[in-house]
Design a protein around this ligand. Structure first.
Ligand code: PPS
Length: 287
């Protein structure tokens, strides 16, 4: 195992910013409140995007918070900043996490706290993660894309297998406090999806406020916003010269990276692992 990661109950986690004690605290001691809102994702699925959307919704479309406070302070990671999340400012608390369902905060069970789970085409996740691993010092620098995708498939990477993560969280489908959001639908119809998110959160925004949420969370806007694009992180941790955090923000970039053989291999495993799954995703149409 890479010394950049540690094993917590069989799941690899990056040592950067957290340790086993933090995760155990998040899992066993963190006290969820009924009005907490969790932004949950497998890495590279649209976390940062949802963080900015939720921040703007909380502030009724006023972009000041998004423009002046870094995303990790607006929507702290429960695994990295548990103590900060615990004492964050006024309600509702917005909290992000990549933790798989089975390691998630125990006090969430039975609470009314809401979860928005954003899920993205795993092939695009793998591409995005590949570039992320190259630009950060807290992931192993991948040797080649094909090898990286094979580790992605086996789940031999931080936060474990995409398949297990998605299947674990989507067991909550149908629950009143759970909403699933695909990156692809958000990309296709941002306004429509923002309205759905507001409805789920029981938050009524006027048209102008909704417009502001959409405008201030466009890829271009967020790419230029220092509070969203991680440019405040020193380059020895994230080298944006190698690859910007806000890289492409598109759907289907996998087509530029997967060979025909790798794609066939991936599809076969995907079909096998997701067989009989209760939800159809936008990318399933092409299988
Ligand atoms: S992380 O490190 O896990 O928190 O990364 P995460 O934020 O989940 O995912 C990063 C990818 O999301 C893209 N992104 C966006 N796409 C479209 N619109 C907006 N506003 C947006 N904000 C972030 C970001 O560019 C990464 O995807 P790739 O494919 O690498 O560009």
């Amino acid at each position: 195992m890479s010394k950049l990661f540690f094993d917590y109950k069989g799941i690899l986690l990056p040592c950067m910013g957290c340790n086993a004690e933090d995760i155990a605290f998040a899992e066993n001691e963190f006290q969820v409140r009924d009005d907490d809102i969790f932004n949950i994702t497998y890495p590279k699925s649209g976390t940062t995007w949802m963080t900015d959307i939720l921040s703007l919704i909380k502030k009724n479309g006023d972009p000041t918070w998004n423009k002046t406070v870094p995303n990790w302070d607006r929507v702290p990671w429960i695994e990295n900043h548990v103590h900060k999340a615990q004492v964050s400012e006024e309600q509702p608390r917005l909290i992000a996490s990549h933790l798989p369902r089975h390691l998630f905060v125990k006090s969430f069970d039975g609470s009314k706290a809401k979860v928005i789970y954003t899920v993205r085409n795993p092939k695009d996740v793998a591409v995005s993660l590949y570039y992320f691993a190259k630009m950060t010092s807290f992931y192993e620098d991948p040797e080649g894309f094909d090898e990286f995708v094979k580790d992605f498939i086996t789940g031999d990477i931080p936060f474990g297998s995409w398949f297990d993560h998605v299947k674990g969280w989507l067991e909550m489908l149908g629950k009143d406090n759970f909403m699933v959001q695909t990156y692809e639908d958000l990309h296709k119809d941002p306004r429509g999806r923002v309205l759905k998110i507001c409805k789920f959160l029981g938050k009524e925004l006027d048209d102008k406020a909704v417009d502001s949420v959409v405008e201030n969370t466009s890829f271009q806007f967020m790419k230029e916003n220092q509070m969203s694009n991680y440019s405040l992180v020193p380059s020895n941790y994230m080298d944006q010269e190698k690859s910007p955090f806000m890289r492409k923000g598109t759907t289907g970039d996998w087509k530029n990276h997967f060979t025909i053989a790798l794609n066939e291999y991936f599809d076969k495993i995907y079909k096998d692992k997701m067989q009989g799954f209760c939800m159809k995703f936008p990318w399933d149409e092409n299988l």
